[in-house]
Ligand binder design. Structure first.
Ligand code: FES
Length: 111
């Protein structure tokens, strides 16, 4: 695993979700209660951009069908739903380890 600098800490305000990219992986970055999180940017349901989602504690909610994913583990906390139709996310969210070095945010990308 290689740790790659993706942003400076000033670029990720608390409660905001910002896009980043590392070694071809499109990521979303966020900060909740002083903790930084990195995850895949595409929703595991139908690929919507999770940078346009919202946070619920340390979970991200996709705006399209309201699926909710734990940013710590990537686990599905709530499956997607469209009106009265219950759907299934294909899999959990891929999450990446985050490390800080000075004012830099580094994300661990698997080899
Ligand atoms: S695309 Fe995200 S919940 Fe459907």
């Amino acid at each position: 695993m290689e740790y790659v600098r993706v942003a400076g800490v000033a670029a990720v305000a608390a409660g905001k979700i910002v896009p980043a990219e590392a070694k071809g992986h499109k990521l979303m970055l966020t900060r909740v209660d002083g903790q930084y999180y990195a995850a895949q940017r595409k929703c595991p349901h139908l690929g919507f951009n999770l940078c346009r989602g919202s946070l619920d504690g340390a979970a991200v909610v996709c705006p399209l069908h309201k699926a909710k994913f734990d940013l710590t583990s990537g686990a599905i906390e709530r499956d997607p739903k469209l009106l009265f139709i219950n759907m299934k996310a294909k899999h959990g969210l891929t999450v990446y380890p985050v490390r800080l070095e000075g004012d830099d945010i580094l994300v661990g990308i698997p080899d």
